[in-house]
Write a protein that binds this ligand. Structure first.
Ligand SMILES: CSC[C@H]1O[C@H](OP(=O)(O)O)[C@H](O)[C@@H]1O
Length: 383
């Protein structure tokens, strides 16, 4: 008798490509004749259209961050740093710009880190007697350095993460479930958790990538599927509520997710829906692996209860993304609960993969030791 729990797996993904199609850069700095700009790939328009947003000032960038035109913790750090450089080069008040940028979204600690790092470079240049132009150049150099470091961190996380999967799931042929979007659209490189899946795919070891659609803004359906398709990965989309039946059918070998803030004790703030996956993974003895650069670890935040979880408009729940009131999903006036993130306690996290290596089990000491290996010390602590 067929296993009654067997999931009816349909191969809905395109055949694996031999050549991946690169994703349009999520963010770049451009020096135009009329002045510098920050060019963003507007992630709200994906996958239907690849539209670029040109930000000429900090308020425009803050709006892009608030509306998730640009999103994802590591990239928010890079965007924040470039935003400060834009303010410095265009002669805006950098301290005011830092306030606006650092508070554009509260949970992803990378944003505040990137802003602080660029602001520190600006202040240090002035302290050394630099003029406004030189200080602006130093600020831009700090943003470019962070951009480069994030790309390098992606590569190293992919290596460490693939090695961990090979250890956790002997024999390869990994069936990985991921939530939200953690690829090149959240990073200066190939991302965090999705970069690990990409490395597994290139090694011929990714049997299936299960992609949670990730309500309400559908980062999985719109963005991870977009990236997985361009990379030729064997992916299948599912509703968030279908994940449980995949675990029950024994179809998941590991869960790979990103993070927006990791507290000193190893508590992980990540896209809402991550915590239930961690509980399911524990119940079904499946590894739950968090992939994040050390700039996402915030030793100033002691534990999960100390992490501010962004509460977003209920309209994101009651209306279909991007269509506004033209496509209500609930009666007009319906109140909706819409936390952007949830908190997974360290005891439910099998391992945290950073660019400096892996901590498992997750302990405060192990995490601190990994962060201490970062060139600039652990992000928030070094500035
Ligand atoms: C590794 S950063 C990606 C991270 O960011 C997402 O949040 P948002 O789409 O709201 O920026 C989600 O938490 C992902 O895990």
């Amino acid at each position: 008798m067929a296993d009654q729990h067997a999931a009816p797996v349909t191969a809905s993904a395109p055949l694996s490509r031999t050549e991946a199609v690169p994703v349009v850069p999520a963010l770049r700095w451009e020096d135009l004749p009329e002045g510098p700009v920050i060019v963003l790939l507007d992630q709200r328009r994906l996958p239907a259209a690849e539209v670029e947003l040109v930000c000429t000032d900090v308020p425009a960038l803050v709006e892009a961050i608030r509306t998730l035109a640009v999103r994802g913790a590591p990239l928010l750090g890079v965007a924040g740093a470039y935003g400060l450089a834009l303010a410095a080069v265009r002669g805006f008040d950098v301290d005011e710009a830092a306030e606006l940028l650092a508070h554009a979204r509260p949970t992803a600690v990378n944003l505040a880190y990137g802003v602080r790092r660029a602001l520190s470079a600006h202040h240090a240049a002035l302290k050394d007697g630099a003029g406004a132009q030189e200080a602006a150049a130093a600020t831009l150099a700090a943003a470019r350095a962070l951009h480069r470091e994030d790309a390098e961190a992606s590569e190293r996380m992919a290596e460490h993460g693939l090695a961990l999967l090979q250890e956790l799931v002997p024999g390869g042929g990994f069936r990985v479930l991921t939530h939200c979007n953690t690829g090149a659209l959240v990073s200066g490189g190939e991302g965090t958790a999705l970069a690990v899946a990409g490395a597994a795919h290139r090694a011929g070891e990714l049997r299936r990538l299960w992609v949670d659609e990730t309500r309400p803004l559908l980062q999985g359906a719109r963005l991870t599927a977009y990236e997985a398709a361009r990379a030729g990965m064997p992916y299948t989309l599912l509703t968030d509520s279908a994940a449980g039946s995949l675990f029950s059918a024994g179809e998941v070998d590991a869960v790979l997710v990103g993070a927006d803030r990791i507290a000193a004790d190893g508590s992980v703030a990540n896209k809402v829906g991550s915590y239930p996956l961690a509980v399911l993974a524990r119940y079904h003895h499946v590894p739950f692996v968090v992939v994040a650069p050390t700039t996402t670890v915030d030793p100033r935040t002691p534990d999960g209860a100390s992490i501010e979880v962004e509460q977003r408009s209920g309209l994101e729940v009651t209306e279909f993304p991007g269509s506004g009131a033209s496509a209500p999903l609930a009666p007009l006036g319906t109140q909706a609960y819409n936390p952007a993130f949830d908190i997974t306690p360290p005891e439910l996290v099998t391992a945290i993969v950073t660019e400096n290596g892996v901590v498992s089990p997750v302990t405060e000491e192990g995490l601190a030791e990994l962060c201490a290996r970062s060139r600039s010390g652990n992000g928030m602590m070094s500035i």
